[in-house]
Write a protein that binds this ligand. Structure first.
Ligand SMILES: C[S@@+](CC[C@H](N)C(=O)[O-])C[C@H]1O[C@@H](n2cnc3c(N)ncnc32)[C@H](O)[C@@H]1O
Length: 218
């Protein structure tokens, strides 16, 4: 296959960590679990261990559907509300002590409203994404956080949030290429995560392994 046809195959991580739908892979030292799983399906039981969620979901309908395309799927959705309603339903199912979500300007108000249906306290900070794009970091919890994330970049906010919240287990419903997972496991925290695309989850496993993680299929 030519390089351009191969652009969504995410390097050779999947050759090393060929995770597939229906499998759980684990990181042995932290008892972390990873599965290729659609958040529209009932969650794997291990996701319930998360007492903190940190998640960077798709920000718009176009973004949701671009990830469907990248997954070589045709399960497109027609309304972003369908996506975030399901995302927040799964936050409610996990019922963590605290939940951080990243979102762009277009839907920050809807995310704020949905977070407020689950948590008594919602805080919103203006942050950056890839050091240049405006982003909003939302935190839902039972008490407000005293830390001010204003101006922080999304490369740092998962680590900062995990350090500040000191959870026993961090959950991510859109694990992607593993920023939250690496941030948690680097702090010796348990991580549990799902991700739609096996190739993207393999990148996460590869990164965790390169940081000294002991990865194997359960
Ligand atoms: C913005 S990216 C996450 C970026 C992540 N922080 C990282 O380090 O790569 C959003 C992720 O959500 C995943 N995703 C999209 N729809 C999903 C679904 N229905 N279920 C689970 N994951 C989904 C995408 O495949 C993508 O990897």
């Amino acid at each position: 296959m030519s390089k351009s046809c191969n652009k969504w195959e995410y390097g050779n991580s999947w050759d090393k960590f060929p995770i597939n739908i229906g499998q759980t892979w684990v990181e042995m030292k932290t008892n972390s679990s990873f599965a290729v799983h659609d958040l529209f399906d009932p969650l794997p039981a291990f996701m319930m261990s998360g007492d903190m969620i940190y998640c960077d979901p798709p920000w718009t309908l176009g973004n949701v559907n671009s990830f469907v395309t990248k997954n070589h799927s045709s399960k497109y959705i027609s309304n972003f509300k369908d996506f975030y309603t399901q995302l927040f339903a799964q936050v409610g199912v996990i019922a963590p002590r605290v939940c951080f979500l990243e979102i762009g300007k277009k839907h920050v108000d809807e995310f704020n409203t949905e977070m407020g249906k689950i948590f008594p306290t919602v805080q919103v900070w203006k942050t950056t994404y890839y050091k240049k794009h405006p982003c909003f970091l939302l935190r839902g919890g039972y008490e407000p956080a005293s830390f001010d994330y204003t101006g922080s970049d999304d490369e740092d906010t998962p680590s900062l949030a995990i350090r500040n919240e000191n959870p026993s287990c961090v959950a991510d419903l859109c694990t992607g290429r593993g920023l939250t997972a690496v941030s948690a496991i680097s702090q010796n925290k348990r991580f549990v995560g799902i991700e739609l695309n096996p190739r993207r989850m393999a990148v996460t496993l590869d990164k965790v392994s390169k940081k000294g993680g002991d990865i194997c299929q359960k």
